[in-house]
Design a protein around this ligand. Structure first.
Ligand code: C2O
Ligand code: CU
Ligand code: CU
Length: 473
């Protein structure tokens, strides 16, 4: 019998044939619909959600999760699960120290739980896997936004089904700004653009084909903000691009096809101390990096391709998006040499080991040899403690990554080598290549209560590569 381990591996390796069908439609034998030629569809940008009410201290929103028919490929109708019926969901703009209140109504036929990824949210509103909003139900989540400006995102986290629901569309961005960031006068408005990257697999009717066993080889249509390999018209001026890897399992290695550097300015948890140019930027599932590109450097008519040179990228997943440079425009935005200092780390008082692996017998994805159990607390942390976690990916062939809810951490090193670029800033998700150990340090001084830590390759987390810590007062 095929174990789940070998099944997952088959999927990840592109082995065909074995299908646990989920989602809207089972894959048949007819060929799947094929995407258009690259760069023939314009980029679309998710709309910013309007509050239903603003008070002195808070912005109040309402969203309904529902199935909707959208056009992902031109002329092809695809049924999705969307926040507000949108694919991806609308962008929520939030302000540090103003409270965001979102009432989510579940208009789906499956339970849902809404998690704000990167939010320092009290445990009760963190969107725990068992804390589900049942079909027909509603739930109000309150986000204090007592944290610095950063690119966050919200997505489904319902027990066992987050991989499927996120794949079918339950994801959106949440952009937190603050006064410090305003003072820097970075590109803003139409020059501050969310780019949510993900892959998808469509069946012959254009439905989203979800299987727990699929990997990057099967999910071979690349989407940016829900459109296949789009082009983006830009003017000759600076842009802030917020790159978010919202893929279930795909890793990216992003760069420009002319070899010019992308200037990284922010990581998961906010601004870097200074801009860091890099010709390639790695992004594992759930990670964000904000970059600034000054298109004034290019002549009108220049076409630049954002490429993905990750080793798993083949054929049509190598090109992500094309920038079509238009006429130069006056630009009063800045790219300052200094962004926001990173505070010195405290002295850690606790060091822990965390092991990611597939169970050698059952094949289940595990943390410390155990499959996630919502009723079990795996780690107890004292409120305010500075801790170092050594996270080891014991698997010699498969990469994982690691996400911690409720706090941001700093990556000390990977296999003893300090990390650089966006990985050296505040993080909540970090790539853990096969056989590697990443040391990260966090201070657990935000809230008490239970939070998750897990691999953010969502097929892995929903099958159990997830655990729980509790911050004790
Ligand atoms: Cu992006 Cu447990 O979350
Ligand atoms: Cu999270
Ligand atoms: Cu994993």
């Amino acid at each position: 019998m095929l174990t789940r381990r070998s099944a997952i591996r088959l999927g990840a390796l592109g082995g065909a044939g074995l299908l646990l069908s989920g989602g809207r439609a089972a894959a048949g034998t007819a060929p799947a619909v094929t995407p258009p030629a690259p760069f023939t569809v314009p980029l679309s940008v998710p709309p910013v959600l309007r509050p239903v009410r603003r008070t002195l201290t808070s912005d109040v929103y309402a969203l309904t999760m529902k199935e909707a028919d959208v056009e992902i490929l031109p002329g092809v109708t695809t049924r999705v699960r969307g926040y507000g019926g949108l694919f991806p969901g609308p962008t929520i703009r939030a302000r540090a120290d103003r409270t965001t209140v979102v009432t989510h109504t579940n208009g789906l036929t499956v339970p849902a739980s809404v998690h704000l990824h990167g939010g320092h949210t009290p445990s009760a509103d963190d969107g725990q896997p068992m804390d589900m909003v049942m079909p027909g139900g509603r739930r109000t989540y309150t986000y204090p936004n007592q944290q610095v400006a950063s690119t966050l995102w919200y997505h489904d986290h319902a027990h066992h089904t987050e991989a499927e629901s996120v794949f079918l569309g339950l994801a959106g961005t949440y952009l937190l700004s603050d006064a410090w960031e305003d003072c820097l006068r970075l590109p803003s408005g139409d020059q501050d653009v969310v780019l949510m990257l993900r892959d998808v697999k469509l069946d012959e009717q254009g439905g989203i084909a979800f299987s727990m066993l699929d990997g990057s080889a099967e999910r071979d249509i690349l989407l940016v903000n829900g459109r296949p390999q789009p082009y983006m018209k830009v003017s000759g001026r600076k842009y802030r691009l917020r790159l978010l890897n919202s893929s279930n399992g795909r890793h990216y290695l992003l760069g420009l096809d002319n070899g010019d550097a992308l200037t990284q300015i922010a990581s998961d948890g906010g601004l870097l101390p200074a801009p860091v140019p890099a010709t390639t930027v790695a992004l594992s599932p759930g990670e964000r990096v904000d970059v600034v590109v000054d298109f004034a450097r290019y002549a009108e008519g220049t076409r630049l391709v954002l490429t993905n040179t990750d080793p798993e990228a083949v054929d049509r997943t190598r090109d992500v998006l094309r920038f079509d440079v238009g006429a130069p425009e006056p630009d009063d935005s800045l790219l300052p040499d200094r962004l926001r200092p990173l505070p010195a780390l405290g002295a850690a008082t606790v060091t822990r080991d965390v092991v990611l692996d597939f169970d050698p017998v059952s094949g289940d994805p595990t943390i410390d040899g155990k499959v996630y159990d919502p009723d079990r607390v795996d780690t107890q942390v004292a409120f305010g403690a500075d801790e170092i976690w050594r996270v080891y990916n014991k698997d010699v062939t498969f990469r994982h990554n690691f996400h911690v809810h409720g706090v941001h951490f700093r990556v000390l090193d990977r296999d003893g080598t300090p990390v650089s670029g966006h990985e050296a800033g505040w993080k909540d998700t970090v790539a853990i290549p096969n056989g590697s150990t990443v040391r990260l340090q966090a201070r657990f001084d935000r809230h008490t209560g239970r939070y998750l830590y897990h691999c953010h390759m969502l097929e892995h987390s929903s099958m159990g590569m997830m655990a729980q810590y509790e911050v004790l007062s």
